[in-house]
Design a protein around this ligand. Structure first.
Ligand code: SF4
Length: 338
């Protein structure tokens, strides 16, 4: 196995390339000519800096439906909660501190290279979005790792407000739970804008179900899996943000899965008894940028995730009633003790 990424140091480098705080500029990916662009069902928009993503509830057989961000966005926007699909305007920041083998983004688009990105202001992003015909009512701040530059979400909300769009657009952002920059770099005022904001939701991604699968997936230090859980715990206990989670279950090792998978659900429930009901496992698939990264272990991981999802489904059936499991994800209560 190669040397793990030194996440703390690498995050500093990536943040330096990803943001200019004084100028309020963020490094945003331009998709033109990228491998990722080959997977788009329609051309990029916003002069190459954006794309429209069609979020679908339906998944493969054996995998839970994916209501994210469809249900939270629909609820916030007063739309049909059971919609099958919803479109979102996606922008990607051009830095990430991990290198997940299954990432559907080219690694070239994660290193802050000026060849594939530009430093833009949130006002410029919102202006490009506002000019699009038939623009979707959701903006998805994706990556990359948006939380290397946690200022992005509050700055976007301010830019939307300046254009009179704050109450008309639902903002959704991703976080790979790799650092405490949310706490280190946001002002109290920034955090207040995100807290209890009905037009904002955040999804945090667990990159495995234990230390080993996490390290196999991300190329980072295995102990950072526990850090992922503690960062999620801090967001749950110290903010009022509307939080959700994804999890990926690929691993090169199926031995011990019957213990590790229930233990992962235990750890989620230690953070919040209902957190598993706000967690959507994602099936890893081989998009264009992933093809050249495949090897024997990764092929095996694609089938091990099928064993893992069957166990996850069983664990949820065991721990929650039918009615709890069929509650719309945005109505599942977190932080019930507060
Ligand atoms: S954390 Fe997300 S953006 Fe970064 S490499 Fe992994 S999947 Fe890609």
């Amino acid at each position: 196995m190669s040397v793990p990424i030194k996440t703390a140091e690498f995050s500093v480098t990536m943040r330096e390339r990803g943001i200019n705080v004084d100028a309020e500029r963020l490094r945003i990916t331009n998709f033109s000519g990228s491998g990722q662009e080959e997977d788009f069902t329609e051309p990029s928009n916003c002069r190459g800096f954006g794309r429209v993503r069609h979020f679908r509830r339906q998944t493969s057989e054996g995998w839970p439906e994916n209501p994210l961000p469809i249900d939270p966005a629909a609820q916030a926007l007063g739309m049909d909660l059971q919609a099958e699909t919803l479109n979102a305007q996606v922008f990607q920041n051009a830095v990430c501190n991990w290198r997940c083998w299954y990432c559907f983004v080219d690694f070239d688009l994660l290193s802050g290279s000026s060849e594939h990105s530009e430093m833009l202001t949130p006002a410029e992003l919102v202006a490009m979005y506002a000019e699009e015909d038939g623009r979707p009512p959701i903006i998805d701040l994706s990556g990359g790792q948006p939380d290397l530059i946690p200022e992005w979400a509050p700055w976007m909300i301010r830019a939307l407000e300046e254009r009179g769009l704050r109450d008309k657009v639902y903002l959704w952002s991703d976080d790979n739970l790799s650092n405490d920059y949310f706490w280190r770099y946001l002002t109290a005022e920034d955090r207040t804008i995100l807290d209890s904001n009905p037009m904002y939701g955040k999804v945090c991604c667990f990159k495995g179900f234990d230390d080993h699968s996490f390290a196999f997936n991300t190329a980072a230090e295995p102990e950072l899996f526990t850090q992922q859980l503690s960062l999620m715990g801090r967001l749950l206990s110290q903010t009022e943000i509307d939080l959700y989670a994804y999890a990926t279950f690929t691993s090169d090792m199926s031995e011990g899965l019957g213990v590790a998978l229930p233990a992962f659900v235990d750890r989620l429930q230690e953070l919040d008894a209902n957190l598993p009901l706000r967690t959507i496992p994602l099936e890893v698939a081989t998009f264009t940028p992933v093809v050249s990264r495949m090897n024997e272990d990764r092929e095996r991981a694609l089938s091990i995730q099928q064993e893992a999802i069957a166990m996850w489904n069983e664990e949820l059936r065991r721990r929650f009633s039918d009615s709890e499991r069929s509650t719309p994800i945005c109505d599942v209560r977190l932080r019930s003790g507060r």
